[in-house]
Design a protein around this ligand. Structure first.
Ligand SMILES: O=C(O)CCC(=O)C(=O)O
Ligand SMILES: [Fe+2]
Length: 347
């Protein structure tokens, strides 16, 4: 069963409130909305976004997801992502681990981007709807994420348009859409997608059912994010966190099955991940931002190795994807190697 209307939210589950940011005001660079965005992005790093204008494109992507995932598994496996850190194409449920002890995930992913994979390409419904469905969703998502990133650029006091240059489509990047299905289950506690931080710059997420949880800084209890109709959930990823010297927060999160009032429903979600150009080096941009320079100076110990990974955005994403793959698992070693900025005090 898919869920078309928003199911009731249980009263007795721990739920984390988020600021609601109005995208119409962000587009106008409304000063007080820009300040509220900055507050959200530098505290938990998650916020709701309303009036983003992507609703039709989102609904069409969900329909496409349903058409693709109705194909037999062996058909979808022809488009599998592989185990080398590539994340375009299909990933079956159970392809990743969710914990150091190697429990398996339950999430199926179909990750398209506009540029075709060489071989194998994408399942026929995706190719057929690439221009009419995938492209409008990606272009709309890019407009939203680029507008937001440009606001961060100005808040960091960087040269006009500099952060967007690092996200330029003049080079390849890991930016991509992800359609996610978790089959219906009686369990409300079995981890579907393990604890992680997002790899890239900004995630633009569309949830119908709950299940997404965050572990806020200093908390020891995971808390749900309640989906709200027509409100996207946005969050900062590791790349922007590292570039900003840890000022922008990439918070750890995970996915459980839908909570009790929504149990036993097939869970669908959709994300657009905005990521840096493949060759951009991950390091704090102290020479380009007086705000970051100040942070680096204050904590002159310089942070840990993880705060200055000095690897490219492409290497960062590939390492993280590859080391969550069940096929590559080596006891807890690969889990450790899959981590991002979790628990790291960047400076
Ligand atoms: O399905 C969700 O709600 C979140 C998925 C997620 O965190 C991810 O794909 O990175
Ligand atoms: Fe995520």
């Amino acid at each position: 069963m898919t869920v078309d209307t928003f199911p009731a939210w249980p009263e007795d589950v721990p739920t984390h409130p988020l600021l609601i940011i109005d995208y119409r005001l962000l587009r106008k660079k409304d000063p007080s909305e820009v300040d509220r965005l900055w507050e959200a992005a530098t505290t938990l790093g998650f916020w709701y976004l309303k009036n983003h204008g992507a609703d039709t494109a989102v609904a069409e992507m969900f329909d496409l997801g349903a058409a693709v995932m109705a194909l037999p598994l062996e058909e979808m496996m022809k488009y599998e992502q592989g185990d080398q850190g590539e994340s375009f194409g299909y990933k079956m449920a159970g392809g990743d681990v969710v914990s150091p002890s190697g429990e398996l995930d339950t999430a199926e992913f179909l990750n398209p981007r506009l540029v075709r994979r060489k071989t194998p390409s994408y399942p026929p419904p995706v190719l057929f709807h690439m221009e009419s469905v995938v492209r409008p969703f990606i272009l709309k998502s890019l407009e939203v994420t680029n507008t937001t990133i440009d606001i961060f650029n100005d808040k960091l006091g960087m040269a006009k348009g500099r952060l967007l240059e690092l996200h330029s489509d003049a080079e390849w990047s890991g930016s991509q859409a992800r359609i996610i299905r978790n089959k219906a289950t009686n369990s409300t506690v079995k981890v579907a997608t393990g604890s992680h931080t997002d790899f890239g710059s900004l995630s633009f997420l569309h949830n119908k059912q709950g299940g997404l949880q965050v572990l806020p800084p200093g908390a020891d209890l995971w808390q749900y994010i309640e989906p709200i109709q027509d409100h996207a959930i946005c969050n900062v990823g590791d790349a922007l966190s590292i570039l900003s010297g840890g000022l922008l927060r990439s918070n750890v999160h995970r996915v459980l099955p839908p909570p009790p009032t929504q149990a036993n429903t097939e869970r669908w979600s959709l994300v657009f991940f905005s990521r840096l150009g493949d060759s951009v080096i991950l390091r704090a941009l102290a020479e380009e931002s007086p705000v970051v320079a100040e942070i680096v100076k204050k904590k002159s110990s310089g942070g840990s190795e993880k705060s200055h990974p000095h690897v490219t955005a492409q290497e960062w994403c590939q390492r993280r994807v590859k080391n969550r793959r069940m096929a590559n698992r080596q006891a807890t070693k690969t889990w450790e190697a899959s981590l991002g900025t979790e628990g790291v005090n960047l400076f």
